[in-house]
Design a protein around this ligand. Structure first.
Ligand code: NAI
Length: 344
């Protein structure tokens, strides 16, 4: 039987993973701990590991896994910015779940945007305290506003459809614009200067770290609302805080945060928060933070579990690597995959 070790396991991961692993003959062992160079030794004796977004798949972890005979990293997520792709190349195959519910993430982005612009978070707290005052709750209509969507892949396109349903004008930026996307593609400076709302739907790569920094914020409209359901480090959190304090940024909806890995997904309510930037952001009336939960729907969890187990079984039983993350594919166009072979 194929043996796989699941890291950073949360209660909501288990039902789906158990269901599909039992159906398809994969033996799973669940670890609560994150996968890091320090915990990689737990993977000894397993054929595969199943990490999540905040597991640390740096070169040292990858090397340890490979040395211990682990053959496969089966990511149970789409993004892989936590992986040293170069270190994994020719050492250990990496498969991911490229898409599991673009609707889950796009709908969460819109939920956060509506909460922010209609001040639902404030109203919710007020009415629980029998405070029925409307002072300070004035929002604005989305119809007729311009939204700038950065990244028009699976999630970005669903978000565009949702925004169009609200009667918004949609600008988009993507280095690889897609055919038939109902949006006006523009370059980033134009998107920054024309958008009332900016929503990030691109992966975090070496090139777009702090895509939204001081300069970008300076180029934006006063009162802009920024939505980030992609990856925290796309935004320079210090620059965002500064923009909010200067009243330049009118709202921030953050499902992800640069330094989230030691904080998000855990109950830290009994602890002193060491991260002053996050604490200050949370204290702002116009900042809404959710704890990387945009993916968290029943449909998405079921799809993640299904594809993760399918990736493991197809790899070990049929040698298939259709959802491979490969350094050579990313850096050249001459990978063996072009000849319909395995990347290595
Ligand atoms: P996708 O691969 O379908 O689309 C990504 C798009 O971004 C592509 O069109 C690509 O050309 C574009 N892109 C690449 N570099 C870019 C750049 N520098 N600037 C603008 N666009 C760029 O990916 P999908 O499924 O739409 O996911 C997007 C991102 O959403 C993921 O990379 C991940 O970081 C994030 N995500 C967040 C989740 C959450 O729970 N908060 C859950 C799932 C994904």
């Amino acid at each position: 039987m194929i043996k796989a070790a699941v890291f950073d396991t949360k209660p909501y991961d288990m039902p789906g993973l158990k269901k599909y692993s039992q159906q398809r003959g994969v033996e799973l062992t669940f670890f609560d701990t994150r996968l890091t160079p320090g915990t990689a030794s737990l993977a000894a004796g397993f054929d595969a590991v199943v990490p999540f977004v905040n597991d640390d798949l740096c070169a040292a972890t990858v090397q340890k896994l490979a040395q211990q005979g682990v053959k496969l990293i089966a990511l149970r997520c789409a993004g892989y910015n936590n992986l040293d792709v170069k270190a994994a190349y020719q050492r250990i195959h990496v498969l991911r779940v490229p898409g599991y519910s673009p609707n889950a993430v796009a709908e969460h982005a819109m939920a956060m945007l509506l909460t922010s612009v209609r001040r639902i978070h404030k109203a919710y707290n007020r009415t629980r305290d029998f405070n029925f005052s409307l002072a300070g709750l004035t929002g604005f209509d989305l119809r007729g506003r311009t939204v700038g969507v950065i990244g028009t892949g699976k999630i970005g396109r669903v978000f565009i459809d949702i925004c169009r349903g609200f009667g918004m004008k949609v600008l988009a930026y993507d280095p690889y614009p897609a055919e038939g996307v109902p949006a006006e593609y523009v370059q980033l400076p134009e998107l920054f200067s024309r958008s009332d709302i900016i929503s990030l739907h691109c992966p975090l790569t070496a090139d777009n770290h702090h895509l939204i920094g001081r300069e970008a914020i300076a180029a934006m409209k006063k009162g802009v609302v920024i939505v980030n359901t992609s990856r925290g480090a796309l935004i320079d959190a210090e620059a965002l805080l500064e923009g909010i304090k200067q009243r330049k940024v009118g709202g921030a909806c953050l499902d992800v945060y640069e330094e989230e890995s030691d904080i998000f997904f855990e109950d830290n309510s009994g602890h002193i928060l060491d991260d002053d930037t996050l604490a200050r952001l949370i204290s702002m009336p116009n900042v809404i933070i959710t704890s990387h939960q945009a993916f968290l729907t029943e449909e998405a969890l079921d799809n993640i579990a299904d594809t993760t187990i399918d990736n493991i079984v197809s790899f070990f039983e049929r040698g298939e690597t259709k959802n491979e993350v490969c350094y050579r594919c990313e850096s050249t166009d001459s990978c063996r995959r072009q000849r319909r072979e395995r990347c290595f």
